[in-house]
Write a protein that binds this ligand. Structure first.
Ligand SMILES: [Zn+2]
Length: 396
């Protein structure tokens, strides 16, 4: 609010508006820190019950700030079965979506803005490595600047709180936006992006979307999405002394890994202009490999997992068109596996959609090609999605 706490006069100049806005943001500083402290105290690690709790807490907070609230239990079964489900890497029995909207007074004239911020955090690791309790906000100072320490402060509860503080400042100033302002705290972002995916399936759209991830205040208009998949490479076990009569899953995987590298190069040969700032826009990286259960036995199974950046929707469609017209030699048979999110359900091997192979030259996977269902007409908007409203973005 302005220093006097009064709304701006109707004939305020732009300079007055700017000054009053900055004053209002400063005036809301302590409340913002209090809210951040409250959110950090909720250990909303992905898949935990606290991940559910924080959504309810924020629903109450945003309701108190005058937002219209849509809080719903996400139908995980339906979401996981969706052909475009981005994946999930932790066990999760429930999840909640939350959309808080300040309705604009002239939505046909004004443009709408969506702020999407995740409330889940990654585990804190060894507590001994922390200088204080990771779930208690610690305020300190470094080089004359305020420093806030705690699990999830940077990534990205502070960003979410900043957006709420901005909305509060507008409200304090009596600013009535023409278009809708929506804040959507989402869950499951650190392990695939199911929260934002659920948001899209709910039919939530906007003219523009801001994701207040920590970027050191750099504006990043687009980035690759995160896709996960699991490869299961079968072999045939036999004692190592007769290895030529068996089939090593490890040796087969070396062919697949080389093919994945070729596919990575192919995907990065023609990068969306918005992503050319990165040395490798769409990295493809196998993160874990597990094979064999006995040193002197030819391994009959290898399981490899990947968490890759994928092209944004419009670029992916271009790649898919190219892939359809490419010769087999240029389009590795693993292509469809790589672009397919796994349907993992809590990390159980059996629930992943596997890319099964019988030999290095016959890699196949059961990639569904159905397009995503459209949202009900009542929830659809005619607004065109922007690059920032891709289904998912690179995780940080
Ligand atoms: Zn993040």
């Amino acid at each position: 609010m302005s220093e006097s706490g009064t709304p701006l006069p109707r004939d305020a100049s732009t300079a007055q508006v700017h000054a009053a806005a900055l004053d209002a943001v400063d005036a809301g500083h302590d409340d913002a820190i209090d809210l951040l402290e409250r959110l950090v105290a909720i250990p909303s690690v992905g898949g935990s019950i606290a991940e559910v709790e924080i959504q309810h807490v924020l629903a109450d907070v945003l309701h108190g700030d005058g937002f219209d609230i849509d809080l719903w239990r996400i139908d995980l079964d339906e979401l996981v079965a969706d052909p475009d489900f981005p994946g999930m890497e932790v066990e999760r029995t429930q999840a909640y979506g939350l959309v808080a909207t300040l309705p604009g007074h002239a939505p046909d004239l004004g443009r709408s803005l969506l702020v999407d911020g995740h409330t889940d955090v990654v585990p804190p690791g060894h507590h001994a490595a922390w200088t204080s309790d990771p779930f208690t906000l610690r305020r300190t100072e470094r080089d004359g600047r305020e420093l806030l320490i705690g699990r999830g402060v940077c990534d990205m509860k502070a960003g979410l709180v900043a957006s709420i503080a901005a909305a509060r400042a507008l409200r304090a100033l009596g600013v009535r936006l023409a278009g809708d302002l929506t804040i959507a705290p989402v869950v499951g972002e650190e392990d695939g992006g199911l929260g934002t995916f659920a948001l899209l399936r709910r039919g939530v759209t906007a003219d523009a979307c801001v994701v207040p991830e920590p970027t050191d205040l750099d504006v990043i208009p687009a980035n690759g999405g995160a896709l996960t998949f699991r490869l299961r490479v079968p072999g045939r076990a036999i004692h190592a002394s007769r290895r030529t009569e068996g089939v090593s899953a490890i040796e087969k995987f070396t062919y697949l890994n080389a093919a994945l590298h070729r596919f990575e190069a192919e995907r990065n040969a023609d990068v969306d202009p918005l992503l050319r700032r990165w040395p490798l826009a769409y990295p493809l990286s196998i993160g874990t490999v597990h094979a064999g259960d006995w040193a002197s036995t030819v391994p009959d199974l290898l399981v490899a997992e990947d968490d890759s950046a994928s092209p944004c929707t419009r670029h992916r469609r271009r790649l898919e068109r190219r892939s359809r017209t490419a010769s087999p030699a240029r389009a590795p048979t693993t292509t469809s596996c790589v672009t397919t999110p796994c349907r993992c359900n809590g990390g159980a091997t059996s629930s992943h959609r596997d890319a099964r192979t019988t030999s290095p030259s016959s890699t196949r996977c059961s990639t569904p090609t159905a397009r995503p269902r459209r949202a009900p007409a009542s929830r659809r908007s005619t607004a065109r999605p922007t690059a920032a409203t891709c289904a998912c973005w690179r995780r940080t």
